[in-house]
Design a binder for this molecule. Sequence first.
Ligand SMILES: [Mn+2]
Length: 351
Amino acid sequence: MKMSFRWYGPDDPVTLTNIRQIPNMYSIVTAVYDVPVGEVWSRESIAKLKKQVEEAGLAFEVIESVPVHEDIKLGKPTRDRYIASYQENIRRLGEAGVKCICYNFMPVFDWTRTQLDHELEDHSTSLVYYKEQVEKMDPLTGELSLPGWDSSYTKESLKQVFEEYAKLTEEDLWDNLRYFLEAIIPVAEQCDIKMAIHEDDPCWPIFGLPRIITNERNIDRFLSLVDSKYNGLTLCTGSLGCSLENDVVAMAAKYTKAGRVHFVHMRNVKVLEGDRGFEERAHYSACGSLDMYEIMKALYDNGFDGYVRPDHGRMIWGETGRPGYGLYDRALGATYLNGLWEAISKGSQGK
Ligand SMILES: [Mn+2]
């Protein structure tokens, strides 16, 4: 298990030095942020980022994300140009020593929450998703501003992309995903980069848009689209765990054993009564609905040797900054996860 931490580049209030001081920290998880989705990342930008990270004493091995252009998801004729750019990004990142690329295939919206600063009982704040709030939102009429949201959409262009998705069935989305994978996985194999799709977050359709990387049946189907270990997963415990239908421990065991888990996002969520709603909580198992010990044990017992990062944290101790991506609670999360791993690995020796 290689511990890692997301860093949003030089503008991130969390510094590389901060991150380096977290015990057992190995790799940064970052991206080039100054290039529009679908374009090729300059070698200079990649080299600069790598240099900054390595000079801080950390590895530059995980990219999150190389985003997938909407035309690829929609299967438009222009997709081939964007796929060629994607292939080139894989090659350039391979040259820079990157080992794992996280991406997702969610139409229009990335991860979605209804509130970013919900106050919990201990006066920390966290990200939440309340069904009744999301049902009142209409992306086409309201003033919608969501985290992970690509703010480059105008109201008009958003309306247009929704109209395009209205014609697309779930099966079409699967076909378009297959087309994309068949083009990029051979390149990833040549470059020795593990591609790691992130599950849809939350793992159900929102605003009438299809979502397919949501549960065990669909992940099985995803992995069989291109049967290569380079076609793998970012197992995100919080994304899968917000639906009680997903047995995250069993999924962690099964996909790790199959050699298809390359990156893990560890986060605890409290699933609210009736499902389809959740609050992000501290990493410690008893704070939420997930058993973090059992998940780490499933990884360990099945020979996991990929990257782990503490996923979203709460805002604590008066810290301000990017919701979910403060330093303090994620550092506590990393330390807790290190502790679980050490205890599980030492407890297993000699057995
Ligand atoms: Mn995640």
